[in-house]
Design a protein around this ligand. Structure first.
Ligand code: FES
Length: 232
């Protein structure tokens, strides 16, 4: 099938200071991934096209972008799922550096604010490891699936309107440790998130849940963090 690709272009260092779109007609198989088409354009048509990718299997989270207006991983979207007219744009709400490459620093700054690591200085009771039950592990299983692709945060209208809001991905990663029975910094994280730049910046739009390529129940995780803050 013939696919009509419209791809966002911006590269101030190479004289493309005004954002615009380039178009490419590409022969594709319906089962090709959008990432395959972009790789074809980059290798065969225009080597200046810039985008991030690594694993190509939905694991590393580096190729999140807007495909026909919807945040997704280019390596997980098949041509047959989006049709033969495909518009590709960078994520919203983060500064565009070049083509599909956005500045992820603000995203990771918010992530770091919520202490996204295990805090427990006590020696394990058995001298080897901190044990937990199957039920305790299940409590935060969903939020362990985050791959930090930023699809959720950059789909969030609260994040678009307030760049101080930590965003869904940071709260998801706080959730992952707040509800981990082995961790000891839950109260500290809840305090960090106890304002409008934290969990209460969420307006329950559910865009994050729709955007997550890992199908994490993002809005539910945020609600659980809010409930934990209110419960004190
Ligand atoms: S390239 Fe790694 S998630 Fe798509």
């Amino acid at each position: 099938m013939l696919v009509y690709l419209r791809i966002f272009r911006y590269n101030p260092e190479a004289g493309r200071v005004k954002p615009s779109f380039d178009t490419y007609n590409v022969q594709a198989d319906p089962n090709d991934r959008v990432l395959d088409l972009m790789e074809y354009v980059k290798s065969e048509v225009d080597g200046t096209l810039s985008f991030r990718r690594s694993c190509a299997h939905g694991v590393c989270g580096s190729d999140a972008m807007r495909i026909n207006g919807v945040n997704a991983l280019a390596c997980k979207v098949l041509v047959k799922e989006v049709g033969n007219e495909i518009t590709i744009e960078p994520l919203l709400g983060l500064p565009v550096l070049k083509d599909m490459i956005v500045d992820m620093e603000p995203f990771f700054d918010s992530y770091k604010r919520v202490l996204p690591f295990m805090v427990n200085d006590d020696p394990p009771a058995d001298g080897k490891e901190h044990l937990q039950s199957i039920e305790e592990r299940e409590r935060f299983d969903d939020t362990t699936k985050c791959i930090l692709c930023a699809a959720c945060t950059t789909a969030c209208p609260s994040f678009w309107s307030d760049d101080q809001y930590v965003g869904p991905a940071a709260i998801v990663n706080a959730h992952r440790f707040i509800f981990d029975s082995r961790d000891q910094a839950g109260d500290e994280r809840l305090e960090i998130l106890n304002d409008r730049e934290g969990a209460f910046g969420c307006r329950t739009a559910f865009n994050c849940t729709s955007a997550c390529p890992r199908e994490i129940h993002v809005t539910r995780a945020i609600a659980e963090v809010k409930q934990a803050i209110i419960a004190g």
